[in-house]
Ligand binder design. Structure first.
Ligand SMILES: [Zn+2]
Length: 288
């Protein structure tokens, strides 16, 4: 992959013409869907899981996004062309142009959708402002009539704003996910619903993963550490942090916050008990 200003040029060589997901021979670390298939969502043994779609949603800046494209290919290339075909080996080469602004845009929508899914699961306990702000991100995808509703979800003021907001949230998500319907494929002696394959990039595969999370209630969470907020797959009941490091950092922060409050209190207490310092006149009088 080559980066030229705001443009990422991705070249793929030796791609199979008769490609199916079952016959890919990518190394595991570059195989987006292969990694996902091997995730164990029902793990209760504390196995740390970071789905590749979470990696995309967690991209914090351009360098994270570029690393993602370098590893898995374009998310949704504005332009692509076949540059060579090897008819004997039944392979071809491809060049795709992925612009960084489009990549940032895709990431915002994707992360907004994931955040909406996680918050909607709380039902009536859901936080309205979190739903409202994540729906604004989803609305960037031009989700038809839902866009206007999603954009103004925080201004709703009917008798029951939470349930109306939940309905808007689910409608917006369904509308978004229905753009990437799965396709039937014959895979390892069985027929399964797999993501639609696109030359333009892995976007439809990422949305397939999101669709599965939504449909099957995969345990996903948002890290509670104030400065983190990363998406993570929940390993155990009640898990609040994305990693042991975040848990430790937050504990230290809470400790210092608490200790700071105690120290402030103690200082005030001490000040109250201490006799007032003598004024200059009093000292002068004493001297006489
Ligand atoms: Zn974290």
């Amino acid at each position: 992959m080559e980066a030229k200003g705001d443009l990422l040029i991705v070249r793929g060589e030796g791609r199979r013409i008769l490609q199916s997901f079952g016959s890919r021979d990518l190394p595991r670390e570059e195989d987006l869907f292969g990694q996902y298939l091997h995730l164990n969502w029902n793990s209760s043994k504390g196995v740390s899981i970071r789905g590749p779609h979470l990696e995309f949603a967690n991209a914090n800046d351009d360098s994270d996004l570029i690393r993602f494209v370098r590893r898995y290919g374009p998310v949704f290339a504005e332009k692509w062309e076949i540059t060579a075909v090897d008819q004997r080996a039944l392979t071809y080469s491809l060049e795709a142009h992925q612009g960084l602004p489009a990549l940032r845009h895709e990431k915002q929508i994707f992360a907004g959708a994931l955040n909406t899914i996680i918050e909607l699961r709380l039902g009536r306990r859901a936080n309205r402002s979190i739903i409202a702000s994540s729906l604004k991100e989803v609305a960037r995808a031009n989700i038809g009539p839902f866009a206007a509703l999603a954009n103004s979800a925080d201004e709703l003021n009917p008798k029951d704003p939470v349930s109306l907001m939940l309905s808007i949230g689910h409608a917006a998500l369904c509308n978004l996910l229905n753009r990437y319907p799965p396709m039937l494929q014959h895979f390892e002696h069985t027929v399964v619903d797999f993501p639609c394959y696109e030359e333009k990039g892995v976007r439809s595969v990422l949305y397939y993963m999101l669709r599965q999370d939504y449909l099957h209630d995969h345990g996903l969470g948002v890290c509670s550490r104030t400065d983190c907020g990363a998406f993570f797959a929940i390993d155990r009941y009640g898990q609040r942090f994305c990693s042991p490091r975040c848990s430790q950092l937050q504990r230290q922060r809470d400790y210092w916050h608490e200790k700071g409050t105690d120290m402030r209190k103690a200082r005030q207490e001490a000040k109250r008990k201490k006799p007032m310092p003598k004024t200059r006149n009093a000292i002068r009088r004493q001297a006489y």
